[in-house]
Design a binder for this molecule. Structure first.
Ligand SMILES: [Fe+2]
Length: 455
């Protein structure tokens, strides 16, 4: 009997197929590019169910409108294969649900697989990815904790639990789980990532920057998403510290330029450039290349969270495609049969209108539309840290639209969490000046200067 690296039975006779299955599972969990070898292995073993199901899965992670078409032939082979064991057949079924767009059925299927085979961490990771995309933090945590007793020895389960806790605002538990993952594997990038979230949320800015710098070398060989996303987190600490040169260096070396066509690389760049501008960092001509690549995607409405950021890039560079993208979002919002209809119609659509209005400097409209979307942004997916972009667009509109009183309220709430932030204190300086409170303005600016002097 053949088993995979975590001891689960697999049906495979060719050693190359076994190796590719193990590389896929481990590469998927640890964000290593070796996962991509699954496609070649599937082509070499067209009658094996699992290797072809995993290859279909890899294609789906392209996160673009062509993904189901690319995945389809591999799914068909997986479905036609004979001799698969019960778990492998369920995996094929789960992938089939994703390819056909039935995400709720996919999640149910993953839940059933991990009920019976709790060490199937690839299916757990897949479920968490989709639960994350629909903002279901409690389910992310529940499904991961379910596998803990059986998979305690595997570092990646603790990283997944850590992120589940973090998204549930249970920060102490998140930190403990991330540290457990790092005891098992100091290079566990998802645990680094969970800790970065915890430290950002708790305002542990200097510590967060030092921690992420101390492990950054281990991300060098990872896939573009994980390398760029962990650097994106490190850069958020730099932004708060007012380290503009470090921000630009991180952006140029580790965030934009790894896989310019990939969805996650693009939104990482978009959301960082936007934040850099809000923080007063000179971004030069960096928007142009990002917007060129975003425009090349066409009217991509695979995910509301991603699409809103594509729209931002198109709008802020004045691309004609922005108008078409807004029309595509409006059309998506009308599709009441889709499982994510409410997210598109009630959240993404007003957010999109807010983004367009912000780019047109129609501050009142931007404030109104984004204000409607903000309380429910989680339904569009993304983490708290990522969704903060929409909060920042709203704040920028408040400041530039002269709504100083409303801006003061939001900014002071944020300063309670990150008291020494350079951009926050500079924004507060401006707001207090306009509010006729020069002493508070001077105090905020002095605090920003002290932070910059320390780093
Ligand atoms: Fe993150």
């Amino acid at each position: 009997m053949t088993r995979d690296l975590y001891g689960l039975e697999i049906t495979a006779s060719r050693p190359e197929t076994v190796q590719a299955i193990n590389d896929f599972i481990h590469g998927f969990l640890s964000y290593q590019p070796k996962a991509a070898g699954i496609v070649v292995a599937a082509d070499a073993d067209p009658e094996n169910a699992l290797v072809n199901a995993y290859a279909a899965l890899l294609w789906m992670f392209l996160e673009n409108p062509d993904a189901p078409e690319k995945a389809h032939p591999y799914l068909k082979r997986a479905e036609a294969a004979s001799g698969a064991n019960p778990r492998e057949r369920k995996v094929v079924q789960a992938v089939g649900h994703w390819v056909s767009g039935d995400v709720p059925a996919l999640i149910t299927c993953c839940d059933q697989i991990t009920d019976r085979w709790p060490r199937d961490l690839a299916m757990l990771k897949l479920a968490q990815y989709h639960l994350f995309n629909q903002g279901d933090a409690a389910e992310m945590l529940r499904i991961a904790l379910k596998s803990l007793p059986a998979a305690e020895d595997i570092a990646y389960i603790h990283g997944m639990i850590a992120f589940g806790y973090e998204q549930c605002h249970l920060l102490d538990r998140a930190e403990a789980a991330a540290r457990r993952a790092m005891e098992l594997r100091p290079d566990e990038p998802w645990a680094h990532h969970a800790l970065a979230h915890v430290m950002l949320t708790e305002g542990r800015i200097a510590e967060g920057a030092r921690f992420m710098e101390s492990v950054a070398e281990t991300w060098a060989g990872l896939n573009s998403f994980m390398r760029s996303h962990n650097w994106w987190h490190l850069t958020l600490f730099y932004l708060s510290q007012g380290r503009h040169d470090d921000v630009r260096r991180a952006y140029d070396q580790h965030i934009w330029g790894l896989e310019k066509d990939y969805s996650q690389d693009q939104i990482g760049a978009v959301s960082l450039l936007a934040r850099m501008e809000f923080a007063g960092v000179d971004v030069g001509d960096r928007w142009d290349d990002v917007a060129d690549h975003v425009a090349a995607r066409g009217l991509d409405t695979v995910s509301p969270f991603l699409t809103l950021q594509y729209l931002y890039a198109l709008c802020c560079t004045g691309r004609p495609e922005a108008k078409e993208m807004l029309a595509a979002i409006e059309a998506r919002a009308k599709d009441s049969a889709a499982h994510d209809h409410a997210a598109w119609a009630e959240v993404a659509l007003p957010a999109a209108r807010g983004i367009v209005a912000h780019a047109e400097k129609d501050w009142d409209e931007a404030i109104q539309q984004m204000g409607m979307a903000l309380p429910r942004m989680a339904e569009c997916g993304g983490s708290h840290a990522q969704r903060d972009l929409f909060e920042q667009i709203h704040i920028d509109a408040l400041i530039r639209g002269g709504r100083t009183s409303a801006a003061q309220q939001v900014l002071e709430m944020r300063r309670a969490n990150d008291p020494d932030s350079v951009p926050l204190n500079l924004m507060l300086g401006e707001v207090y000046d306009h509010s006729g409170l020069p002493d508070l303005a001077a105090e905020a600016r002095a605090r920003a200067e002290r932070t910059q002097a320390r780093v």
